[in-house]
Ligand binder design. Structure first.
Ligand code: PGA
Length: 271
């Protein structure tokens, strides 16, 4: 469909918010590509062209791409007229001011981002983001009218000690205490076991389903409607099996989002 260049990317935010289906309806699958700190102008143009060519028209799943901040405008331009949605990898919890190097949620909204990844384990571990900071970022994202993708997940140590649900419960509860549960109708959750991210090890279907079910059970009245993604070494060869599970509503991809064929194969498996 032709879109005049002054219109924002499709779909509009109101439509995006409606994507979380009402109770009992089948939740629409969502695939999010997190490029992390990869890419350059030339490679991005090529990757985005290949992805938009392979994902045209109305499709049966939502697809979001989260490039590094310097390339948001480039991606915005390249995705114009496609159904692929723009997202960001992180955000500041603050509105504005003397915070060198930070980016506010309203700036991301200005650039037509619709989703923002919050609490990715690489930021929790390497940038020392606390549970409370993650909750504040979640709130800032929603205040700007964007949709947070809240990541939670246990370390290998937690998993080996059988404390994985305890960790996930703590990470969720800090956000619940800060914002309440009602606001999760405008949020996405992602379960990303730390030991599975970038390692080539994927949670088994039983491990993933146990945690997704647990997370869903924590959502109260919204249990049936919130989309919960799985992330951690999802590839074309294992996506189908994960997407077939009742409580998995799509994937958060790192490495696989940098390869157009792999990425498209996963998006198609989600349809
Ligand atoms: P991976 O990363 O797919 O490379 O394991 C997932 C993520 O970090 O979200």
């Amino acid at each position: 469909m032709f879109k005049p260049s002054w219109l924002p990317l499709a779909p509009a935010l109101g439509e995006v918010l409606l994507l979380s289906k009402a109770s009992n309806a089948k939740r629409r699958q969502l695939v999010v590509g997190n490029w992390k700190m990869n890419g350059n102008l030339r490679e991005n143009a090529d990757l985005l062209a290949r992805i938009t060519n392979g994902w045209q028209g109305e499709r049966g799943a939502d697809v979001v791409i989260c490039p590094p901040f310097p390339y948001l405008s480039q991606a915005h331009e390249c995705l114009r007229g496609s159904s692929i949605i723009l997202g960001a990898q992180t955000v500041s919890e603050r509105d504005k001011g003397a915070f060198t190097g930070e980016t506010s949620a309203s700036m991301l909204a200005d650039l037509d981002c619709k989703f923002v990844i919050i609490g990715h384990n690489e930021r929790r571990r390497m940038q020392h983001e606390s549970d409370l900071q993650v909750a504040q970022k979640f709130e800032a994202v929603q205040k700007a009218g964007l949709i947070p993708i809240l990541c939670v997940g246990e370390s290998l140590e937690d998993r080996e000690q059988g404390k994985h649900l305890e960790t996930i419960s703590r990470q969720l509860n800090v956000v619940f205490a800060h914002t309440g549960k009602d606001v999760f109708d405008k949020a996405v959750l992602a379960y990303e076991p730390v030991w599975a991210v970038g390692t080539g090890k994927t949670a088994t279907p039983e491990q993933a389903e146990e945690v997704h079910k647990f997370m869903r059970s924590q959502l109260g009245a919204l249990a049936d409607s919130v989309r919960i993604l799985y992330g951690g070494s999802v590839k074309a060869h294992n996506a189908q099996q994960l997407f077939a599970l009742a409580d998995i509503d799509g994937a958060l991809l790192g490495g696989a989002s940098l390869d157009a064929d792999e990425f498209l194969a996963i998006c198609k498996a989600a349809e």
